[in-house]
Design a protein around this ligand. Sequence first.
Ligand code: UDX
Ligand code: UDX
Length: 472
Amino acid sequence: MSFEINNICCIGAGYVGGPTMSVIADKCPNLTINVVDINQQRIDQWNQSDLSQLPIYEPGLKEIVSKCRNKNLYFSIDIEKHIKSADMIFISVNTPTKVKGIGAGQASDLKWIEASAREIAKFAEGKTIVIEKSTLPVKTAAIINKILQESNTEINNSDREFFVLSNPEFLAEGTAINDLNQPDRVLIGGDNQEAIDALKNLYLNWVDENKILTSNIWSSELSKLIANAFLAQRISSINSISALCEATGADIKDVSLAVGMDSRIGNKFLESGPGFGGSCFKKDILNLVYICKHHGLDEVASYWQKVIDMNFWQQKRLSEIIISSLFGTISEKKIAILGFAFKANTNDTRESPAIKICRDLLEEGGNLQIYDPRVSKEMINHELQKQDENIKNNNDYKKLWKYCESVQQATYGVDAVLILTEWEEFKNIKWQKLSKSMRSPKWLFDTRSITDIEEAKSAGINTWRLGNSEAI
Ligand code: UDX
Ligand code: UDX
């Protein structure tokens, strides 16, 4: 049996579905790609003519959308129609950590995956390849398969056939287009060789064959989870050493460089910072912990739990350092927060370390002036409120932070500047000039090691850099 692929549908027009389908449309002009979503507002944003207003910011994305949209790339809420016409369906919906019930706080909530499978079961026609793109707990494919196969038995339609594959996404936000254009590897898991070949042929339009790995579906699902767990583990490892550097007189930048030059270790993902954020790392490790516990592997579970604990501790200790440096109280003091996104080059704030750090500072009564080049006031407000109902109910809280439109505005009249995201524009801050608008004594806390600390010092600012022991 061979597959003829002409129409592709992707359920979920988010950070994964949007860029991934845009690149596929760009690389495969003969295919028609329909990205569908239940969120009308999100689809409207993908369709609006002002490309600077796309729902997600990703370097290089708007150029591709401008080239392919309404030619072979379409965004729509008509889920039924596009599932019906699809030969291949990607599921890219969100899979957040469960907030209640069994496995709350650890297991992934698969309700959206299940809902997508049910929609496919209802509307699909003919032979359809169904692909898990979202990162999922091992064995989720079995759930999707069961829903699809049993729907077939029920409606007794012998023309319909489903083939479930796992094809996890490895893109990182901020570099998504590049990661998709030049992937380190493409992983396809499944048990039907023809279906695997059909997906492989799609990638062969731009990816070398030796970079396309195939495996059974469970190895593919687990590999994605483990890749994220290993990446997060490196960050927690280097962050734990940043605290040791501060205590011993070593410098984390020197240590990272020396350690990373060992080719067995490699130099990537060794930058210490305020802790990892993003929609995946925490969720995926919690999920891994849950699966390990489920299988009675308690030691394995607690090993991985430590990666999360270290990440939380890093955020907590940063706010404590700031408070103790500012003479133990920040009440009535103004602090500029530079950067709210979880990393540079994205407008995504999910699990951003800035959320906890800002919240801790707000709870201590600090006045925050927050600026991020890509994150809106509404989003910051949403994140700060979402974290804590007590804050939400406290009317004073909104008076304690102010949204700013520029570095200049955010740093005006402040006692301290706190850099949380490594945006390019923060690297070029002229401290001599900026220091004039700060109140004395002045402090700079650089959690990303990106600024010219010497210039800041010479401008009369007390400086602190993560992983460096020089006293403030
Ligand atoms: C993804 C992944 O798919 C997830 O597994 C991964 O771990 C994080 O990244 P992402 O694209 O970042 O999700 O999520 P998001 O930006 O929230 O987009 C998901 C979209 O799916 C949303 O626009 C939502 O409206 C849509 N959705 C959700 C549907 O269209 N149908 C549903 O039933 C549920
Ligand atoms: C991650 C994975 O990299 C990607 O393969 C997967 O598909 C989704 O999850 P993403 O979360 O978008 O991608 O970004 P990533 O670049 O991995 O950064 C995650 C967090 O780690 C950010 O908060 C970043 O600032 C932090 N980080 C990264 C560090 O603190 N130090 C580093 O050296 C690298």
